[in-house]
Design a protein around this ligand. Structure first.
Ligand SMILES: NC(=O)c1ccc[n+]([C@@H]2O[C@H](COP(=O)([O-])OP(=O)(O)OC[C@H]3O[C@@H](n4cnc5c(N)ncnc54)[C@H](O)[C@@H]3O)[C@@H](O)[C@H]2O)c1
Ligand SMILES: [Zn+2]
Length: 399
């Protein structure tokens, strides 16, 4: 029997199963479940090895997901280069999505209360080991920081713990969302978008960010660009993007920035602050989002913001060193309201699904954020492309 006849047989079975109204055990798109799965393990610095592990039996509370794709995050880049979390050997990949191919009998609903079936497209969020019954409605307060996440777990006997793989094994007590109504690229962008949904929520908590605010977004990597897209989608219409890369600034305009300032065109901080002010017609910004990991950029942004304005600092997921500011001029005399932002809550995840649909509706080309894709067995090249800053978001796609 050749491969084609296997597929035909499978499709026929699927159609018959659907006609009889019985839920299909294995959807046609997923194919039969193999005995083993490939996992890209970071086994040493700057080196992934593709390893093959047996797929464990799926228990009553477990979900087996066939991975479709996963974005490479800045955190993965740090792990790849320096392993700051001391996880090697580790199955990385936390911006992933895929299709449920098998699930235990106790699995009925996702973390938002939506039905879950074999064939649904899902993303996972944090794992609450100590509080598995927690629901998303409790979670406005509980930030993911400190919880476990697939793709950043220590290796164990299951091994299928990250999204840079063929299959991922989601255990009971994890959070999972049915996002079958989002396309593949949107689903890959959920995790980084949730970071910015959270940052904008933090910004709103100051009471300073308004629809008609003049907002400066400093840094136009994926994080700053998504920040701009969210502000635009929620109705903020006066946004200046600041970066030194003209291509990124041009893309910032496509995602909703109304003005751009290339810091390389301005000598010295006073000139740069004057350029930001000029971009708003001679006014400093009401609010700033700091989206670079540069301490100098942190120090600079105060100069762009008006007296009584607000600032959300979210650029330092890892320690980037100390910044020097003048507390008198920069914070005290200006009465700046500063908030920090750190990953997200589960509630932010649900908001993100709506944001991605709204962004599409108003025509923002979010999928252009994914500039390069690589198959799993070229994951080392994918990471090197990411480190070279050759594109924006790099994704690993399984066919
Ligand atoms: N708060 C969180 O939970 C969270 C989550 C993820 C990432 N982050 C942080 O967000 C930061 C940005 O992430 P990214 O993926 O967009 O990174 P990135 O490196 O792709 O982008 C940073 C951008 O900032 C620009 N830049 C550098 N110095 C600048 C300056 N002085 N002025 C203006 N622009 C400058 C760079 O040209 C680049 O385009 C990272 O440092 C990361 O640690 C935070
Ligand atoms: Zn990430």
């Amino acid at each position: 029997m050749d491969m084609n006849s296997v597929n035909v047989e499978q499709i026929v079975k699927q159609v018959l199963a659907n006609m009889s109204g019985a839920p299909a055990a294995t959807p046609a798109s997923a194919g039969p479940i193999p005995k083993t799965a490939r996992v890209a393990m970071l086994t040493e610095l700057e080196h992934y090895e593709i390893k093959e592990f047996p797929i464990p039996p799926v228990g009553d509370d477990d979900i087996l997901v066939k991975v479709e794709g996963c974005g490479i995050c800045g955190t993965d880049a740090h792990e790849f280069k320096r392993d700051p979390f001391g996880l090697i050997p580790v199955a990385l990949g936390h911006e992933g999505t895929g299709e449920i191919v098998k699930m235990g009998k106790n699995v009925k609903k996702d973390s938002a209360g939506k039905d879950l079936h074999v064939g649904d497209k899902v993303v996972s969020c944090m794992i609450f080991k100590d509080n598995p019954d927690i629901t998303m409605f409790d979670l406005n307060k509980q930030n993911i920081g400190g919880s476990d996440v697939y793709g950043l777990l220590p290796d164990d006997d299951i091994h299928l713990n990250g999204w840079f793989s063929d299959y991922i094994f989601i255990r009971g007590g994890s959070t999972i969302f049915n996002v079958s109504d989002l396309d593949l690229y949107s689903r890959i962008l959920i995790e980084p978008c949730a970071v910015l949904v959270h940052a904008v929520e933090r910004a709103k908590s100051t009471g300073i960010l308004r629809f008609n605010s003049r907002v400066v977004v400093q840094g136009c990597g994926p994080i700053g660009l998504i920040c701009i897209a969210i502000l635009r989608t929620m109705g903020v219409a006066n946004i200046t993007a600041v970066d030194g890369e003209q291509k990124r600034l041009d893309f910032a305009k496509q995602l909703g920035a109304t003005q751009t300032v290339n810091f390389k065109d301005h000598k010295g901080l006073d000139a740069l602050a004057a350029a930001v002010e000029a971009s708003f017609g001679g006014h400093p910004a009401d609010f700033g989002f700091q989206c670079t990991g540069s301490p100098v950029a942190h120090a600079n942004i105060y100069k762009f913001i008006r007296n009584g304005g607000g600032l959300c600092e979210l650029g330092f997921f890892i320690n980037g060193g100390d910044a020097t500011i003048n507390p008198h001029f920069d914070i005290c005399a200006k009465e700046i309201t500063l908030v920090g932002s750190w990953v997200y809550t589960l509630r932010d995840y649900a908001t993100t699904f709506d944001f991605l649909k709204s962004a599409k509706r108003i025509g923002l080309p979010m999928d252009k954020l994914i500039t390069h894709t690589f198959p799993l067995d070229e994951i080392n090249e994918g990471h090197k492309t990411n480190l070279a800053m050759a594109g924006l978001k790099i994704a690993i796609l399984n066919k």
